[in-house]
Design a protein around this ligand. Structure first.
Ligand SMILES: [Zn+2]
Length: 394
């Protein structure tokens, strides 16, 4: 990165010219990101470009932008992508979370069910104070995520209370979360989901379900989902995952995708995915629509590490880089209307940008069962631009 002074010094001739003959037509930008490989799947762009930013918005994406800028980022050899959007995190639990996620290139996040009716107001307060756009799903269980499982007592899934929580946090709450695993809900999984739908219905909001080792099979769960709802932890292993006992995808799962259900990765730490399920499903063409980390402030020390690390796991399985970036940007933005103008470097969009480096080497990746796989490439977060300003590095 160069500041303005250094930039002018390295182009002394240009500087001298500007000093003598001010060019009335030369644009002045707040920030120029120069020479990166710009990957913006929202407009089908993958090419070397400069990105100019002014007034917190994308001003131009072109080859060799001329003009002056207060600040410059040298992105040669790097990937310049729209800011990453993580639709399943727990970033709202503490105010320390969102600035940490920003370091990983995450310029938009959704806290997925940390809080229920009893405690969503604290999550919403963290979201309102976050540097980047933060939103939340209200847990259908009034307690939010609880140790031992929040839905063993189905009375905690109180529709009226959940609706009240949404109504008083309309600026932050964008959907309802239900955790369906046997160790969270036991035999109450389907009833909890019905109540989540009932809570969301008057607000026209999606429901996100956390699946994995549920009491009920997918063929019973999926019919309770509507277009735009999200299944997180899509590669959770048996029992009652997306694969039958022969490792074939259940037809109900592919049918659900066809009718607009979104399948989200949801890395997490325990019971959410193993390499064998990822391998079997992706070999049958069943890739994630979105990635998410299930992140919290401890994730640096788990198999999550950071959002680009989670994305890199799918490079290992052969997902093309542009599709990888799409999952983490435009696809995620489309899940919630609150992110309508995000996940893109379109001119006029908020200037949220992730500068990443695709490193070659030997990288070890972890599933949720202590399984390691070795990849040859890893995306590394280099710099984050939020509303046109470079986020300070930790
Ligand atoms: Zn979670």
């Amino acid at each position: 990165m160069m500041n303005r002074r250094q930039f002018l010094c390295t182009s002394a001739a240009t500087a001298a010219m500007f000093a003598r003959v001010p060019n009335a037509f030369a644009a002045t930008y707040d920030l120029l990101i120069r020479g990166g490989r710009v990957i913006d799947p929202s407009v089908g762009l993958d090419a070397t470009r400069d990105v100019a930013i002014a007034g917190g918005k994308i001003a131009a994406v072109e080859a060799n932008i001329t003009g002056d800028a207060a600040e410059t980022i040298d992105a040669r050899g790097k990937i310049v992508a729209p800011g990453l959007i993580d639709i399943h995190t727990h970033a709202g639990r503490t105010k320390e979370g969102p600035p940490l996620a920003l370091q990983d290139g995450v310029t938009g996040w959704v806290d997925a069910g940390s809080g229920g009716a009893d405690n969503i107001d604290q999550i919403a307060a963290v979201a309102r104070g976050a540097p980047q756009i933060g939103r939340a799903l209200v847990n259908i269980a009034r307690t939010g995520v609880a140790p031992g499982g929040e839905l063993h007592d189905i009375n905690r899934a109180n529709v009226a209370l959940a609706q009240g929580a949404i109504a008083r946090n309309r600026d932050i709450v964008v959907g309802v979360k239900a955790r369906m695993s046997n160790n969270v809900a036991g035999t109450n999984d389907l009833e909890a989901l019905r109540r989540a739908q009932e809570a969301a219905a008057p607000f026209n909001m999606p429901v996100m379900i956390h699946v994995g080792q549920n009491y009920s099979p997918m063929r019973a769960i999926l019919p309770l989902l509507k277009r735009g709802d999200i299944v997180t932890h899509m590669y959770a292993p048996a029992p009652n995952g997306i694969l039958d006992e022969k490792g074939q995808l259940f037809p109900d799962v592919t049918a659900a995708r066809r009718r607009g259900i979104i399948f989200d990765f949801g890395n997490g730490v325990a019971d959410h995915f193993d390499w064998a399920t990822v391998e079997k499903a992706t070999k049958q063409g069943f890739w994630p629509d979105t990635f998410s980390t299930d992140w919290n402030v401890m994730s640096k020390t788990t198999g999550v590490v950071d959002f680009p690390n989670v994305m890199s796991k799918f490079l290992m399985f052969g997902m093309p880089l542009t599709q990888l970036i799409a999952c983490a940007t435009v696809n995620a933005a489309r899940v919630f209307p609150a992110f309508d103008d995000r996940g893109t470097l379109n001119v006029g969009a908020p200037a949220d940008v992730a500068v990443l480096e695709l490193r070659d080497g030997t990288f070890e990746f972890l599933d949720n069962y202590k399984g390691t796989r070795t990849g040859r490439q890893r995306l590394v977060p280099i710099a984050t631009v939020l509303a046109g300003k470079q986020a300070p590095r930790a």
